[in-house]
Design a protein around this ligand. Structure first.
Ligand SMILES: NC(=O)C1=CN([C@@H]2O[C@H](COP(=O)(O)OP(=O)(O)OC[C@H]3O[C@@H](n4cnc5c(N)ncnc54)[C@H](OP(=O)(O)O)[C@@H]3O)[C@@H](O)[C@H]2O)C=CC1
Ligand SMILES: CC(=O)N[C@@H](CCC(=O)OP(=O)(O)O)C(=O)O
Length: 402
């Protein structure tokens, strides 16, 4: 087992002891899964430290299914600086048989295995996988994986709890309903304790992440009404994946805004599911997504009715206290406008609340990088939790600016 050479500081963060060490992990022997250490007042501190010291030096073998796509390559980029996760298996479909450097030249220097087809993959030494595959395909593949594997699924296949709703929005019956029952929806800041103990995570969609992070706390606190929520969202083109067709060509997207999914987009039921759970009643929303001429980034501008007597100041103060201790969700100073260029390449969600000209209404703006907090970054946050290591491991990169 590997070990840290020195222990510098200890802190307690969201129920976990964080141990900061000066040196990187020295050895890279592979250990299998372990659980997260929760702090209890009855636990002898010395024992806990030993356990955490051991855990911080553990290495886990990671598979990336769909490594030749945008979210797969983003996982590889993030794991390049991860001390505990080593990618030992990578799959592709049409690109199976190729090296990662031939598919993504920016990754040529990474020490990684070649891409293989899922059917040829040996999972016997793999501890956990990120599934970065198209929805529909994913459920069949996950069904065939060993039940010992921890899985973070970036597709939409396990996000909707209602099988009929899945069929209605995704146009085919769900084929792995038994797995659906054990799935935890991985909006990290909202469901942290369930995620820690989960085996299979449905990583949220990018639009639903940008919308639910501000709205769920406000709905739970009864500060906004659940009627007349209007969501106007904009996404970078990478949101459509690397296999995107004509509609995503440079000539179609550059120098313009492209609305799509008007009146019907498959993220509507996912957003409504999360908000309805927060409200304990059925919530419906108006949602229109747009493609913007940028590679990555996402903004949701959300128009809400405030609860009788509530003010934008109340909404602001509630979000401030709700996210005060969170590393990746940041409520900006009053009047500061969130911009997508301030989250490019980072796992941050920036948000703010503004008064509407119409009395009783408020405008909320939230921004994320669709490939990071909207996909691979949140997926890594979740797997860190599932493996019992600090949630922010490998997620320290600040935004690329300008
Ligand atoms: N892009 C984004 O911003 C976000 C995406 N997501 C979701 O994450 C998942 C991956 O998205 P993204 O990376 O953008 O998609 P890409 O189209 O960029 O990549 C898809 C990957 O899946 C592989 N693949 C395709 N079909 C099959 C198949 N039948 N069997 C096995 N492997 C297959 C591809 O291999 P090959 O290259 O060889 O064809 C590729 O590696 C999707 O479900 C997407 O909806 C979620 C949040 C945000
Ligand atoms: C720009 C663009 O095309 N975006 C995708 C959503 C990306 C995403 O989050 O998709 P999943 O739900 O599959 O994870 C879309 O609108 O379908």
């Amino acid at each position: 087992m590997g070990s840290f050479s020195s222990l510098n500081s200890i802190s307690i963060d969201r129920g976990c002891i964080l141990v900061k060490c000066q040196d990187a992990i020295k050895n890279s022997n592979v250990k299998r899964l372990s659980t997260r250490a929760s702090v209890t007042t009855s636990t002898p501190q010395s024992l806990r430290l030993e356990e955490l010291n051991a855990r911080k030096s553990e290495k886990f073998q990671i598979g990336v299914l769909g490594a030749s796509g945008y979210t797969g390559s983003e996982i590889i980029r993030l794991l390049a600086a991860h001390p505990n996760f080593k990618i030992t298996l990578m799959t592709a479909d049409r690109k199976a048989g190729q090296s990662i450097g031939s598919v993504f030249p920016h990754l040529v220097k990474q020490d990684l295995p070649d891409l293989i087809a899922v059917k040829d993959a040996d999972f016997s030494n793999v501890d956990a996988v990120f599934c970065c595959l198209p929805h529909g395909t994913t459920q069949e593949i996950i069904k065939g994986l060993p039940s010992s594997l921890k899985i973070v699924d970036l597709s939409a296949d396990f996000r909707l709890r209602d099988a009929d709703e899945y069929e209605e929005w995704y146009g085919q019956p769900h084929k792995a309903l038994e797995l659906q029952k054990e799935t935890v929806y991985g909006l990290t800041e909202i469901s942290r304790s369930e995620i820690q103990n989960a085996r299979l995570i449905a990583n949220p969609g990018c639009y639903p992440t940008s919308v639910q992070l501000p709205l769920i706390p406000l709905i739970k606190a009864n500060l906004i009404g659940v009627k007349n929520i209007i969501i106007d969202s904009k996404s970078g083109v990478s949101g459509a994946g690397r296999g995107a067709k004509e509609a995503n060509l440079y000539t179609e997207i550059a120098e313009g805004i492209h609305s799509y999914g008007v009146t019907r987009h498959r993220h509507v039921p996912e957003i409504e599911q999360g908000l309805s759970e927060a409200a304990n009643s059925k919530v419906t929303v108006s949602f229109t997504p747009h493609l913007m001429p940028m590679s990555r980034g996402m903004q949701s501008t959300i128009y809400v009715e405030m609860a009788p007597g509530a003010s934008t100041e109340d909404l602001y103060e509630h979000l401030k206290s709700f996210y005060e201790k969170e590393e990746f969700v940041i409520l900006l100073k009053k009047n500061e406008i969130p911009h997508t260029r301030h989250v490019r390449g980072s796992n941050y969600c920036l948000m703010n609340v503004f008064p509407d000209r119409i009395p009783g209404r408020a405008i909320i703006i939230s921004v994320i990088d669709n490939l990071v907090k909207g996909a691979s970054g949140q997926a890594l946050q979740n797997l860190n939790l599932m493996m019992g290591i600090p949630e922010n491991t490998g997620l320290h990169s600040v935004a690329l600016f300008p």
